[in-house]
Design a protein around this ligand. Structure first.
Ligand SMILES: Nc1ncnc2c1ncn2[C@@H]1O[C@H](COP(=O)(O)OP(=O)(O)O)[C@@H](O)[C@H]1O
Ligand SMILES: [Mg+2]
Length: 229
């Protein structure tokens, strides 16, 4: 097994990822890498394993075999505690359901992430809320936010740790077209402005079009769309 070369070091490097649930093979040897500042869309039919792949890459589940690097850290062999610490420092994760804490206002939901990551302060939380267009909502509670606003709050929270790798699993799943596009713009902006590598699972081809590369997951295999075969 060769380590990723230092030249043009990818933020995410995964090779030979195999995963099963019970007898069923979900992922049959996945190889992928995402570079700093790059936005990669992950497409594929419902049930093809996009979320499974995102979970493996996030270190939330272990693959049956294969290896995953976040920058120069190989996470596959590390203890769960070590993976959690690295995740808090290096990754931002946005899921379809924003999972905001209902008892905290928008600002504190974002600020909370800084405690976990041991990075940033309320000032940075405000700055991020401003960036995602929610500064006016800082004192309001998740219950009164729209779906799009909650998703943007979840994105601000994910950016709190200045993640090298931003993973988004259908972050626009429940949003209308305008809100989805706004989320996409913010993901692209996060990549361009801070050099984050972005991996976005989506079933929306209009959003995927706007990524730098598009990957298609089917039958446990990953293919690059629009690339010469
Ligand atoms: N925790 C789990 N236990 C058993 N099967 C699962 C689990 N999570 C997902 N699956 C199955 O794995 C397959 C891929 O699911 P998923 O990764 O959620 O696909 P996608 O995100 O592309 O819709 C599906 O058949 C799903 O039912
Ligand atoms: Mg999914």
């Amino acid at each position: 097994m060769t380590e990723p070369s230092a030249a043009g070091s990818p933020v995410l490097y995964a090779e030979g990822l195999v995963h099963h649930y019970g007898q069923e093979q979900i992922l049959g040897g996945i190889h992928l890498q995402v570079s700093p500042g790059e936005v990669v869309a992950l497409l594929g039919p419902s049930g093809s394993g996009k979320s499974t792949l995102i979970h493996l890459i996030a270190g939330l589940e272990r693959p049956r075999s294969g290896h995953i690097w976040w920058l120069d850290q190989e996470i596959s062999g590390q203890s769960p505690e070590r993976v959690s610490r690295l995740r808090a420092r290096m990754l931002g994760i946005v899921l379809q359901q924003p999972h905001l804490v209902p008892e905290l206002n928008t600002l504190d939901n974002v600020f909370l992430a800084s405690l976990v990551a041991r990075k940033g302060d309320r000032g940075r939380a405000r700055q991020l809320l401003d960036q995602v267009g929610l500064l006016g909502r800082a004192q309001q509670y998740p219950a009164v936010l729209s779906g799009g606003e909650r998703s943007r709050a979840a994105l601000a929270r994910a950016l709190m740790s200045e993640p090298a790798l931003l993973l988004a699993d259908e972050p626009t799943g429940n949003l209308d077209l305008a809100s989805s596009q706004r989320m996409m713009d913010l993901l692209v902006q996060a990549a361009r402005a801070s050099g984050a590598a972005v991996l976005l699972a989506t079933h929306n081809p209009l959003l995927a079009e706007q990524a730098d590369r598009r990957l298609y997951l089917e039958d446990g295999k990953l293919a690059q769309l629009g690339a010469p075969s």
